[in-house]
Design a protein around this ligand. Structure first.
Ligand SMILES: Nc1ncnc2c1ncn2[C@@H]1O[C@H](COP(=O)(O)OP(=O)(O)OP(=O)(O)O)[C@@H](O)[C@H]1O
Ligand SMILES: [Mg+2]
Length: 332
């Protein structure tokens, strides 16, 4: 160890420098860059993305906060980008999609288990050392997005915890008694309960406040949410069903992603091939957008594997006269 090394704890200093850099950054979000990032991952929901990016920029800037940065409720049919948007926000703001903590609320319908899972078991009980799956990761890193999927399925005790989290920005862990801080986090709730009813009720409405009012009223009247929870949520967004061109855009994103998984960059995909995938998807449309991924895999993965074996780096997908796939390497 050199003299200099003995003089200071470098790892601590590194941490302090990193912290101070984060400190500066943590009050500045470039709305344009955030919007570009979200738009690259989530298609066909532009109004929502615009509003989310603006809200995050404004809320992020606050110097003092006693609550999470913002709390959002994403409504709308399955497979329309709700979880995808939550992931994209996490990736941009916190650097890694894995900084998102996700709970499937259908697994939080039993009050005892739900409480133990989120905030840990009381001391003396089995597993009390492990802590809660919500509180424990927050001790290690409070800069996270917390996603509660299908929130309407959670037990009302979960709503009580949520009220505390959204109201005070803090939650105590049972067992350790330590308090988790949520003032640097973003909370997203999703629900596709009464989605049809909601899209019918808001059809034709243009004004955002009118839409939100109608949605909140419907959610409260149907008993889906307690009014005090709705009162704590900063913004409610209704995701639109995806249209043909948007699905085509998503298909291209997914082909590029599939290519990347094989270490290949996909430079071009003939529209005929995208159409073929979309037509196959329509036949199974009741399974939604998720089936599209399997269809694309069936069409494109064999050629990607072949090209990978040939040590290609970039490929194009064209169609021959009979519409069959022709994959070419563009660099090897
Ligand atoms: N608007 C969209 N833009 C880009 N990709 C999308 C969009 N909607 C869905 N997808 C793709 O479809 C898949 C499923 O979407 P996602 O998980 O966001 O659905 P969801 O709205 O959360 O549905 P659920 O209510 O069933 O949870 C994701 O892998 C995503 O890539
Ligand atoms: Mg989802």
């Amino acid at each position: 160890m050199s003299e200099l090394d003995k003089m200071t704890d470098w790892s601590k200093l590194k941490g302090m420098i990193a912290d101070s850099e984060l400190g500066d950054k943590s009050r500045e979000v470039d709305e344009g860059k955030l919007l570009d990032h979200l738009g690259a991952r989530v298609k066909g929901q532009d109004e929502i993305l615009n509003d989310v990016a603006k809200l995050i920029r404004l809320s992020w800037k606050k110097q003092e906060r006693q609550r999470p940065i913002c709390s959002l409720l994403f409504l709308g049919p399955t497979g329309t980008g709700k979880t995808e948007l939550a992931k994209a926000i996490t990736e941009f703001l916190y650097g890694d999609e894995r900084d998102m903590i996700r709970f499937d609320c259908s697994e939080l319908s039993n009050p005892e288990m739900a409480k133990a899972r989120l905030t840990g078991s009381a001391s003396g009980y089995r597993d009390s050392e492990t802590g809660g799956q919500l509180t424990r990761p927050m001790f290690a890193n409070p800069r996270r997005l917390i996603l509660f999927d299908e929130i309407e399925k959670a037990h009302s005790l979960v709503f009580d915890l949520l009220l505390q989290l959204l109201g005070d920005g803090r939650l105590s862990e049972q067992g350790s008694g330590k308090t988790a801080d949520f003032t640097q986090s973003i909370v997203v709730l999703t629900s596709n309960a009464i989605a049809d009813q909601m899209s019918r009720a808001t059809k034709g409405m243009k004004d955002y406040h009118e839409v939100v009012n109608a949605l909140k009223t419907l959610l409260a009247e149907s008993g889906t949410f307690r009014p005090e929870i709705l009162g704590r949520i900063d913004k409610v967004y209704m995701f639109k069903p995806l249209e043909g061109m948007v699905v085509a855009e998503i298909a291209l994103l997914k082909i590029a992603k599939l290519g990347k998984e094989y270490g290949l960059s996909v430079r071009f995909v003939a529209p005929e091939l995208v159409m073929k995938a979309l037509e196959a998807n329509v036949k199974v449309s009741k399974f939604g957008i998720r089936e599209l991924e399997r269809i694309l895999f069936d069409i494109f993965a064999p050629s990607l594997v072949e090209m990978r074996d040939k040590k290609a780096k970039s490929v194009t997908f064209e169609a021959d006269a009979s519409g069959r796939i022709v994959c070419k390497a563009v660099d090897a």
